[in-house]
Write a new protein. Sequence first.
Length: 211
Amino acid sequence: MKLILLGAPGAGKGTQSARISEKYNIPAIATGDILRAAIKEGTELGKSAKSYIDAGKLVPDEVVIGIIREKLASDSCRNGFILDGFPRSIPQAEALDQMGVAMDAVLSLEVPDEKIIERMSGRRVCHCGASYHVVYLPPMQTGICDKCGNKLYIRDDDAEETVRKRLETYHAQTEPLKAYYAKKGILITVEGQEEVADTTRAVFSALASVE
């Protein structure tokens, strides 16, 4: 199965990607992970990506697309894959088409913005690696880690203002992909549920029609 996962930041793509990967025994390809791997391996495209990152710039489409192309051509992707975080825009989707990669389905995880803001801005983390949520997994003592007693903090990425900006970017750049893939007849929409397991069941049920 060749699958693209769409969804706003915080919609739960990473979790569902891992579960689909396990069920279908296909690799989950997160753009950030393969960029880091290419940089670590010192490939030509990896070196190019590193030069942009070191300069504090976004890695341009042609470099990202090149790294994706290399990954999809590898033996590990021969029996299928899940793309998480790519494509992020119509030009990237068109580039994927030009590679001759025929996708079986595009799964869009739908979660309302306000629910995502609640999920992400409620996260609290500790330097020891423990993580909490003010609503779903609160520490025993407000603002204090159960494991080591240190003060919890909000990651910059989880600050409400940052989350709202990321959502605006998603709606402007990535959400148009839903219409792009709906025209191709391969878009599947799944409503994110309160419980992760319920979302997983809905995802597997939707993908059963693609197998």
